[in-house]
Ligand binder design. Structure first.
Ligand code: SF4
Length: 356
């Protein structure tokens, strides 16, 4: 049982971030934002895969103006990622953005005040993103290297500027590619600031590497009740991030609609070709939103018990598998029909759950 840390809630489109609300899954498009069609296509794919909030890079005025068209058709609330141009932030706000990501210390104070006033008028929060790879030079000199204390001190600098502008709808992130530093920084932040925390390990690498680093860091923090949104950064199509983010939250009971796929590692006892079946069924269930358990097991030694505990399961035999449904043996399926049969059984179960 996880006790979530209570943070000061903010509104992002139809979502609440913070309080003790659900943890939101977010991602970032890698299209040119001004390419409205490509960006919307990717946002729709992210939504279908389970993403709940999406950030877009705003590099120039054209990107900022494109927000209006994207917003008109986007199924997800939108975040504008702004770096050094305050006008882009204002244009994005005027065009309907739901949240801004910028670091106020990078902009002149009068520009921050104008942005803060515009954001406040429309109830748009601002995320301050502290990154261990771009800490201020004076902090690096003071601490000698990126440390959790240095990251917190950097955050204070930016937070104080927003507070001077009478702006409190703040979200914070403390990203690093180092798992230990990520955990330590967020733990310290949770004890320091009242604001919601966006969790992420940055530059985490390809799917497997990122899954390991993100689950180690974010899993530890989520278990401690820390975190209001997450992003699993993967060097790939952003839709791939959902393959890690959803099961991670689901493992803590914080996300529903993920198919629990159980599969044995196989060993010398196996007498059918199981691994291609697991791969194909994994791809298939990744497209399905349902709380069901599917087991694919190798042999009669451990297979029947595990398969019979799942909603749908198979336990391998000689060039075949026994099909189980809700604990009952249904029939023996020949090797070449296992995938098709499993898919149709999954579809039927999902349909029956949806009609109930
Ligand atoms: S279920 Fe059978 S095949 Fe799979 S790992 Fe266990 S003993 Fe080996």
């Amino acid at each position: 049982m996880i006790t979530r840390t209570h943070t000061r809630p903010v509104t992002v489109g139809n979502l609440t971030i913070g309080g003790a609300d659900q943890i939101i899954i977010q991602s970032m498009t890698n299209t040119r934002t001004k390419d409205v069609e490509a960006t919307l296509k990717q946002i729709n794919r992210l939504k279908a895969a389970g993403c709940q909030l999406v950030r877009m890079a705003i590099l120039d005025e054209e990107d900022a103006k494109a927000v209006a068209k994207i917003k008109a058709s986007s199924p997800l609330p939108l975040v504008a990622d702004i770096h050094f141009n305050p006008n882009n932030a204002l244009t994005a706000i005027e065009n309907g953005i739901d949240k801004i990501r910028l670091n106020p210390g990078n902009l002149p104070l009068n520009s921050v005040q104008t942005i803060a006033d515009a954001a406040k008028k429309r109830h748009i929060p601002i995320r301050i993103g502290i990154n261990s790879g771009s800490l201020e030079k004076d902090l690096l000199a003071k601490y000698g290297k990126p440390t959790a204390q240095a990251m917190i001190e950097s955050a204070w600098h930016h937070v104080d500027i927003l507070r001077q502008c009478d702006f409190e709808d703040i979200v914070l992130s403390f990203k690093s590619s180092d798992v230990g530093l990520t955990i330590e920084s967020y733990e310290l932040a949770a004890n320091t600031f009242p604001y919601p925390l966006h969790l992420g390990v940055t530059e985490a690498g390809t799917l497997l590497g990122s899954a390991i680093k993100s689950c180690a860091a974010l899993g530890t923090l989520i278990h401690e009740g820390i975190g209001d949104t997450i992003r699993v950064s993967v060097s790939a199509d952003p839709v791939e991030e959902m393959k890690v983010a959803k099961p991670l939250l689901s493992a803590f009971g914080l996300y529903t609609g993920v198919v629990n796929l159980i599969a044995c590692p196989t060993c010398g006892r196996i007498q059918y070709d199981m691994l291609p079946i697991v791969n194909e069924i994994e791809d298939y269930v990744n497209t399905i939103n349902a709380d069901i358990t599917v087991a694919i097991m190798g042999c009669p030694v451990n297979g029947p018990q595990e398969a019979s505990r799942a909603d749908i399961g198979v336990a391998g035999g000689k060039d075949s598998a026994l099909l189980f449904k809700h604990g009952q043996i249904i029939e023996t399926i020949p090797q070449d029909q296992i995938v098709v049969r499993l898919k149709s059984e999954i579809d039927a179960l999902v349909a029956s759950k949806q009609s109930n």
